[in-house]
Design a protein around this ligand. Sequence first.
Ligand code: F6P
Length: 727
Amino acid sequence: MIGIAATAIIIIAMSVLASIMVEGWASRDVALRARLVFLAVHDQVAASVGDKSGANLVPFFDRIAEDERVLALGFCSATGKLELATSALPASLKCGNLPLGVSDTQSKLSAAGRTLRVSIFPMVAGKVSGHLLVIHDLSFIEKRVRKARLYTTLALIGAAAGFALLTFSVVLALTRGWTRSMRSFIAEFRRGGPTPCAEQGAFPVSKEISALLTELRVERKFANGIHVEWSPQTLHQLLEDEMPGAQVLIVSNREPYIHNRVDGEVQLQIPASGLVSALEPVMRACGGTWIAHGSGSADQETVDGHDRIRVPPADPTYTLRRVWLSEEEQDGYYYGFANEGLWPLCHIAFVRPNFREQDWIHYKAVNERFADTVVQEATCDDPIVLVQDYHFALLPRMIRKRLPKATIITFWHIPWPNPETFSICPWREEIMDGLLGSSILGFHTQFHCNNFLEATDRFMESRIDRENSSVSLGGHETLIRPYPISIEGPPAALAAQAPVAECRAAVRRRFGLPDDVRIAVGVERFDYTKGILDRMLAVDDLLSRQPEWRGKFVLLQVAAPTRGKLDAYSALQTEAVRLAEEINARYEGCGCKPIQLVIRHHEPHQVFELFRAADMCVVSSLHDGMNLVAKEFVAARDDNAGVLILSSFAGASRELSEALIINPYDTHGMAEGFASALRMPPEEQGNRIRLMRDQIRQRNVYRWAAQMLLDAAWLRRREGIVVAAKN
Ligand code: F6P
């Protein structure tokens, strides 16, 4: 509408301008012609007016007036009398009414419905004195102006229509191209494939739309347009719908259930492992086989003739296949290469990585052993194999060689360092080559994906597609993707928990804590990456600077012994015990000890009771891939109370931004975090923890697994199409 109005205004303005120009030009033309007439007749008039021959001038004037524009000629004497006039000179024209002056003048008048122009030229020549009148009929100018207005208007309307037509055609072509692209995107989206990137489509579609479709694709099938609550059921359904009949195999070093012989009895232990707490619910939902190192003292007694046992023991839904390792193999592969080499290499905790040739040989051999076990357990040639963690960097390539059609999803549970740091590893190319045997390689964060791509760029002869985040090596493509791991929501260990008040009372009784003492908990493996010493120092800082908390604040530090054979771990344990004693001694006489260190394994239900009893949970990792303790604490607080103190160097801080984020290297800053948590009003605690609980409920571990499986399903479909096309 605005466009039409603007076009109309432009057309009117242009036609007015055209008529003004034509009128001006015609007027100048008339004036010029009148002057020419004057010059042509001047001498004749000078010679004839006033004598007898003057009468002969009339026919002469009449001849001149035959010109189509000149209507008439006349001559006014110096006395104002019309002495000569051609026949067409209007009778109403009187010399006395004209501006007869001493210079050339133009005068306009109307006569018989016409507009006339009278050009008046004074003449003084000899005895002749008077004014010559040349009268033009201006109606031709009006005609010309009307025509000019008409043609201009028509020309402009034509141009506007042409332009509109052109614009319409271009817009139509653009819209058709865009619609075609969107249709193919949506068709791909419905089929479950990844949304093509902008450059791939026939027509550029905005990156935002492409990203939106990618996001939606993950939850499309089970959402029906509504938000999905990912659960064991939806995950199971996903497998059935997207990969019917597919066999799922998981490989990890740590097994989900450990059988130990204690005092002659076989005891079941669930290990303190983020990996286990994330994957166990997924396996319960998906079924299949979990291949892991059988590390328990009673593990061999509890398996069948094929080293298998159905688990969970209370309600079996999947198979655990145990692999046996000699002590020498464990020393080289697990303690040596994995935990003295790769673990400190990938974590910025300032513990020197050690790489020994002998450890590397064991690492390779154990990876080969697990590859053979995968083949033994595979019931088809294209299973889905979920390879877990830094213990098995070489395994994806080894499986690929044995089962080329397998879909191998590798997840790296720890950070991936920058290329500079990674270059320390003497076998860096072999490690990367092994990982690039995967179909999909997952990390917790985009940052770690980027580090991996940078390292690939530096050390591998490969092709990196940054738009699609993939690496092609030897004709095989590996997708590099962030999948932030999580916990089941709500966690199984929460089901049997007593109300929060009872948990508090039980924990206070157990640790001898009066009612007015505020409780902070720390729960983890006794690992130098967790920042356990740093948080003890922060407790000391708080009590020294804010004495009102002496005897009123306690850190219950629960730490499961881990990797005790390694010096870095035993030294940490010794130092932690010493530091706890030193700090406790400093505040002796103030009431309860500020640091209570419990070095033993706790089962999940015991850990959850501690979480529920606490006023705050401290996760002060110096570096951590994700850290599921942070998420478990939040999930444990169904009373919407309690404060999470979380290191900015844990992957979880990217998602749980409502925690009090601290820098574990800043002792005083962490102490200030404790003080803020102690003073935080219940309403604020509730607001923060509710937001975090929502986040964990939506982005639970089933969603984590679903994202990987959906990408795997798409890859399998794509490979099917490629194979069909080749045949
Ligand atoms: O952080 C990576 C990780 O694999 C965790 O998932 C797990 O908690 C830990 O390392 C493994 O520890 P362990 O050596 O006791 O199996």
